[in-house]
Design a protein around this ligand. Sequence first.
Ligand code: GLA
Length: 418
Amino acid sequence: MRDSTPATPAGLRADFRRHFGGEPAVCRAPGRVNLIGEHTDYNAGFVLPVAIAFYVYAAVRARSDGRLRVHSTHFDETVELPITAGPASVTPPGGERRWSDYVWGVAQCLLARGEPLPGADLLIHGEVPLGAGLSSSAALGMAAALALTQSARRPLDPLTLATLCQRAENEFAGTRCGIMDPFTAAFGREGYALCLDCRTLTYRPVPLEAHQPSDAAAAAPRLVICNTMIRHRLAASEYNKRRAECERGVAALARLLPHVRSLRDVTLDELRSARPRLDAVIFRRCRHVLTENARVAAAATALEDRDFQRFGQLMGDSHSSLCRDYEVSCDELDLMVRLARELDGVYGARMTGGGFGGCTVNLVREDAVEGFRRFMAERYRQATGQSPEIYVCESADGASRLMQAPGEGQSWQRISRD
Ligand code: GLA
């Protein structure tokens, strides 16, 4: 969700007082950009996301009358959500999908766990670009979940919050998304990418910055995100279709290889031997997932070795595989990746997120960033008539609460610890 005014705690509190009255507590959760490892999370594979400093904020104050009122500054709309536990359902109150489904889904999942929800007033302010593949919905779900559990004085650990937010999105917002986005919203760490194993839910932080100041030659390049400003309508249905295709692949492979429970259990050689028995499309979907998992491992090592050339090659290979084998790219994303490859100082470029529009992520040498920005804006506009948004992004910590230090100012306190 995106609002043009950057949020300040004082501004959020003033907004809250205007809408609901009283003094709120303030929580926030970041969006994310995935460096590599696309469509692998729901296949028990590996991903390499970075939490980014675009946040969704949730200002909250408990109520004791069982009412849950939620205001979005972006949509300038207040809704009242039912918080009686019901059976899991994909039909939100009112029947139509809207921003508040994510909050409603989180509330339903908290109730389903037996958590107390005495009621709350919640003000939501989002800066994560909407529909851009930067995980605005997971940031919203996480900020709301943190705010509701804090206001009910029943804090949950970050892993529980992440799985709860995934479930809320799966069951109440109609997307069968994986764990990557809520996990990053909970565990993100400034200065690091997370190399996450989506089967074990364990991760290794991979530093984005050089830790030796003497390492000037390997100075960290910048992560630059280019937004195509396009969101194709079939994005959600094609996403769910890709998941179903992977499940068909697993079922077919398990008939040949009984130990197979997910694509994680299959080697590339096994997949190649099974090729004659697999539908051609299913074979390509599976090949993407297997090769992408290998690319994530290689990319995490390349980042640790400060080998940005290698990292960039792997980004390029990932994009090609997403185009040809997984078929989730689109003309606008391909154009942006092609344009980026024309420039000196760009180590690598690829689509990021679910695909069918949204953003590319680019690894750009610091001194080439301004030229990159101008070139991309101009050439993309010439070719499409659209002005792309371009963000030079900063990494960020995961979900946090604003705390008042005694006698001092306020500071954001992360909910996850290393
Ligand atoms: C979306 C989903 C994620 C992941 C990516 C593709 O962002 O929310 O779980 O599957 O697509 O990698």
